[in-house]
Design a protein around this ligand. Structure first.
Ligand SMILES: [Zn+2]
Length: 337
């Protein structure tokens, strides 16, 4: 009996160490950012009044503002650690959200919209909407997340393909897209039909509808510009063929781990199709790390950051486009020539 216990204990310790090692290797490995250091920009002090500026806050969370109207993509600040995500429940962290909004320098938002309903995009969205008075726009699952968080019905907008939503000088269109083909996607149901109230399992947040979001802006002189926000590295063939934008905020989560043909199709359908001058990679950081620390590029086998970056740098160069990276809370001017 004594010996049996000893063997069991040794086996348990061994399996735990092996398990933690595997999780660290698969999910927590980081890629070296040094080869891409020269791509990072921060144009915060160059913005002129009325100019559209975008401030990044990790994953695909971004504040988009012309100084009068404030829009936000996702608004994901809580970034629970991996142990909570894997083995426990997750819920929005009020204090962390407040700190994130404070660092973005924004108290009021006109609209907020998650790129899809996974927790790393939509979990905090209704809380941010409640704090800032924003309308929350999204698909049916996103609306269920909003209802589960108690966001008043008049702040919830369920969007339809191609519909134009206007806020100040901005107009927003949602175009049906799909999620990147990552392993976790299949484990999550495509849609939810009941209000989802946290704390909940991270995996209870479905993909829902994934969107390619085209955001237009017309300035005082009548000059019009557009940007595309593609949160997840998925595409619908031909969906963006009629779009023309100045800048693409391009989700590259998991892109480096996809086969070359997929990478090429994603680039062609999302970037070549919309013909932007500027490409800003997003969704490249390890979102188990808090925003109070510098962003790190996730670089395990599920997300070969360097491979994805090297691919898109080569394509951008071949097509004469420029690639710019943003650290947390860096601001860029996507419509500046
Ligand atoms: Zn996702």
């Amino acid at each position: 009996m004594h010996r049996f216990l000893k063997i069991t204990l040794i086996l348990f310790v061994f399996l735990t160490i092996a398990g933690v090692g595997l999780i660290r290797f698969v999910l927590l490995a980081h890629a070296d950012l040094k080869p891409y250091e020269h791509l990072f920009v921060d144009q915060a002090d160059q913005a002129v009044p009325g100019e559209v500026r975008v401030t990044y806050a990790g994953v695909s969370t971004m504040l988009i503002s012309d100084g009068t109207t404030n829009l936000m993509v996702d608004g994901f600040f809580t970034r629970p650690d991996i142990l909570h995500v894997m083995f426990d429940k997750v819920s929005p962290n009020d204090r962390v959200i407040d700190r994130g909004l404070e660092r973005l320098g924004v108290a009021e938002l006109d609209a907020i919209f998650p790129v899809h309903a996974h927790y790393d995009h939509a979990m905090d969205t209704p809380i941010v909407a409640a704090k800032t008075g924003a309308k929350m726009l999204g698909g049916k699952s996103a609306a269920m997340i909003a209802r589960g968080a108690g966001l008043p019905e008049e702040q919830i907008v369920v969007v339809a393909q191609g519909e134009v939503h206007r806020f100040g000088a901005f107009d927003i269109r949602f175009i049906e897209s799909v999620h990147a083909p990552v392993a976790t996607q299949n484990a999550m149901q495509p849609d939810i039909h009941e209000p989802l109230t946290p704390p909940a399992k991270a995996f209870a947040y479905p993909t829902g509808q994934a969107w390619a979001i085209v955001i237009g802006h017309t300035d005082q002189d009548g000059m019009r510009h557009q940007m595309l926000v593609q949160g997840s590295a998925g595409f619908v063939e031909g969906a963006l063929d009629d779009e023309n934008v100045d800048a693409v905020f391009l989700g590259i989560g998991g892109l480096g781990s996809q086969p070359p043909l997929y990478q090429m199709n994603y680039w062609n359908e999302t970037v070549s199709a919309t013909d932007p001058q500027k490409v800003y990679p997003i969704h490249w950081d390890d979102f188990f790390i808090r925003l109070s620390e510098p962003l790190k590029a996730s670089g395990g086998p599920l997300n070969k950051f360097s491979d994805g970056m090297d691919f898109l740098l080569a394509e951008a160069e071949a097509e004469g486009r420029t690639v710019h990276m943003m650290k947390a809370f860096a601001t860029v001017l996507p419509f500046r020539q």
